[in-house]
Every structure is written in structure tokens, then in C-alpha cells.
Write a protein that binds this ligand. Sequence first.
Ligand code: PHE
Length: 341
Amino acid sequence: MLGQSIRNLEADSLARVALANNAEELEAARIAAFGRKEGAFQQIAKEMSKLAPDERKHIGMLLNAAKQAVETALECRKQRFAQAALAARLDAEWLDLTLPAPGPRRGHLHPLTQIQRELEELFLSLGFAVLDGPEVETEYHNFDALNIPADHPARDAQDTFWLKDGFLLRTHTSPVQVRGMEKLGPPLRMVAPGRVFRNESVDASHEHTFYQLEGMMIDRDVSVAHLIYFMKTLSTSIFGRDVPVRLRPGYFPFVEPGFELDIQCLICGGAGCAVCKQSGWVELLGCGLVNPNVLRLSGIDPEEWSGFAFGLGLTRLVMMRYGIDDIRLLQGGDLRFLEQF
Ligand code: PHE
């Protein structure tokens, strides 16, 4: 009787194990067979206590053999499921480590830097040195040495960020002229690109921070003709063609005579637009012959030497070249804008 039950239980359990489709069904089969309270083998073990000792021994062996067989089958099947689960996971999480990585995204030079480097190259080819100067300047280099004494109204024309102890943020690159004369003396050919600062409220055409390129040439008998020659070379090189320019009288204390050089507005072609304030012309640079006072202040004899100087708005130039009508875009840090250049 009990022997038959054991054989039936073994057959049923093995079938259930074989038919289990997944780990959960397998676990259910294990509990049905070996569960501590309800397990079928446990029930049979209880029955055994009623048997006579010699019969109990025989049935006990039978029971152990059956348990063994079911346990082995369970273990086998369990491993199969574990292997299948691992294989499925490897399949799902597969990575091809031999594929080339996308790599870091490449950046490029800011349009201002591009134009600055083009101009540096042009002037280097014309025999000019490229100089650098501090952005935090002394009052002397930014103003006094450029023939702008403390009570001079021209100081008000450039709204200055004053720092402590008479230092300031340079309002133009012209102080590098002074540093160039002090350091190198005549004859001198130099340009100095750089960042300048003015205490102005910001709008589409005004920034508190912008870029200029300063230039200076000192030699014997330098005249307005030299100035015009270099300015023409400059504008042709920048725009790649002959752009109409005009020279107007302009006042800067450090040059005499002084001029402002305008180019025909490249955005409207001279017809008049918002950028050129309907005039058809845009101011590109200030220039002139170096004021003898400026030479003298830096220890250069104006009887022997003369020169020209110019200060060009690099920011303005970039705007003209690309037709940008809002200066704030340039330093705004928006990559969608910068990626266009
Ligand atoms: N420094 C002047 C400015 O910022 C420009 C300038 C430079 C004019 C050199 C004449 C000579 O406006």
C-alpha cells in the first residue's frame, strides 16, 4: 500500500518537475513534494510510524530513494533555468566593446578669436609685433600717458570701471601703445588685440566687455599716407574685397590729426538699416598720427620720430562680417549660436 503511494508520488513529482516552465513553477513543485508542513513526502513519513519495524525499514529505504530521485531532478532543472536566465541576460545586456566610441564633441574657435588670429597673421606678415597688455591697468597707461590728464573731458567719454588704488579696467587697448613704446622704443610696429571694458548699460549694440585691436607704427617720416595705405590693406584683407571706406575727422587726445574710418554697411549694402542707424556707414576704427605729446611722454623725440596709431573694434567687425545684429549674442555662451561659425 504505502510502497505504491511512494512510487506514485515519485512519478507525479518527477512529472511536475519536468513540466515546470519556469523557476516559480519549479519552486511550487518543490514545496508540494518537500514542504515542511504540507509536503507529500512528509505525509508519507507520518504514515510510516504506524508500520512494524522490519516493514518500516524497507519502506524507509524506498522513501529515501524516491526523495533522492526527486531532489536530483529538481536540482537539475533548477540549474537549467538559471543557465537560461543568465543566457537571456547576457543577450539583453550585450555590448560590442570593439565598436569605435563616439568620441568627445569637437569644439572650435570663437568667431572673435578667428578674426583676431587672421589680423595677427596679416600684421605679422607686414612686420608688426603682436603685443599683450594687462586688462587691469594703471590710470597712467590708460589715460595720462595718452594725453588725457585727470581734468580732461575725454575721460568722461569712456565710462570707466574704477578699481582700488587708482587701478581700472582698461577702457581701450591704447595703453598697450604706451607699454610698447616703453618696452621696445622706436622704430616700432606693433598690434595688440584684447578685451576692454566700459561701464555702459547693455543693449543690442552696447556691451560692457568687448574686443579691440590696437595698432601703432613709429618710424622716421611716417605720414597720413602710410596710415591710409595700412588701413586699406586691413579692410581689403578682412573682407576679401575692396569695401568702400571713408575717413572723417575724429577727435582722440592721443592723435593729431585724428580720424574715424567708416566702412559701408555690409548688412544693408549702404542702403540704411538698424545696424548702421540708417546712415549706410558703420564706424570701424579710430586712427590718426600719434600726438607729439604722447611720444614725448614715453621718451620718444617727436622731432626725430613720427607715427600713426589705430584702434579697431574687433567685436564690431565680427558683427559686420556675419551680419549679427545683437552684440549680446557673442558673449552669451549659447552653443546653438556659436556652432554656426
Ligand atoms: N582708443 C580709441 C577708442 O577706444 C581708438 C583709437 C586708437 C583712436 C588709436 C585713435 C588711435 O575709441
